[in-house]
Design a protein around this ligand. Structure first.
Ligand SMILES: [Zn+2]
Length: 187
């Protein structure tokens, strides 16, 4: 039987804390639930992704992008909002560290301080299925889940463990439809 990984997307202060620069409504309510899932869920491996932007990142409004300045490397906003308390192997993936490119998907990131890509790390550990949770459903969770299924992993998004930005009304429902259309299960 294949092994199973939990992918926790961007549970960082800027997204999950009401004081964060890009706070996702209800994000703080996920903290305890996701901590509990990491500790007690039926997973062989835990992946945590982080938005990890240099100050001159292209996604920031001041540099011509669409978002307020957020998750700047080594700042409070980029720190994890969750405690990662587990005896399992934890893979720490950073994304968005190239100033000229934005990456919503953890599969476009790489291991912190290494160049290894998530797809190959998961294969190396014998992972065949993944559950994706975290922030935000209509951006990085969606992109990560779709890339997971395209990379050959059986993939689910656990709706109780994610929240949407809903920049436009209905974004959440549209994201769910797009996720399903790509072959990801919604649970
Ligand atoms: Zn970002």
């Amino acid at each position: 039987m294949g092994k199973k990984a939990l992918i926790v997307v961007d549970m960082q202060n800027d997204f999950a804390d009401p004081k964060g620069a890009l706070y996702v409504k209800g994000g703080e309510k996920l903290i305890k639930k996701i901590e509990n899932l990491i500790k007690n869920g039926p997973y062989d491996l835990i992946v945590v992704t982080r938005d990890w932007h240099p100050k001159n990142h292209c996604s920031f409004k001041e540099n011509g992008g669409q978002w307020p300045k957020h998750c700047v490397q080594y700042s409070w906003g980029a720190e994890f909002a969750i405690k990662i308390d587990t005896n399992k192997i934890v893979v720490d993936i950073v994304k968005g560290d190239n100033p000229d490119r934005d990456d919503y998907s953890g599969f476009n990131g790489h291991a912190y301080r290494f160049s290894a890509k998530l797809k190959y790390i998961l294969r190396e550990y014998g992972i065949t299925s993944v559950d994706v949770v975290g922030l935000a459903l209509d951006y990085c969770v969606k992109a990560t889940a779709i890339d997971a299924v395209k990379s050959g992993f059986k993939t689910r998004v656990l709706l109780k463990y994610t929240k949407a930005v809903n920049l436009k009304p209905g974004d959440e429902q549209r994201a769910i439809e797009e996720i399903k259309k790509n072959g990801v299960k919604i649970k």
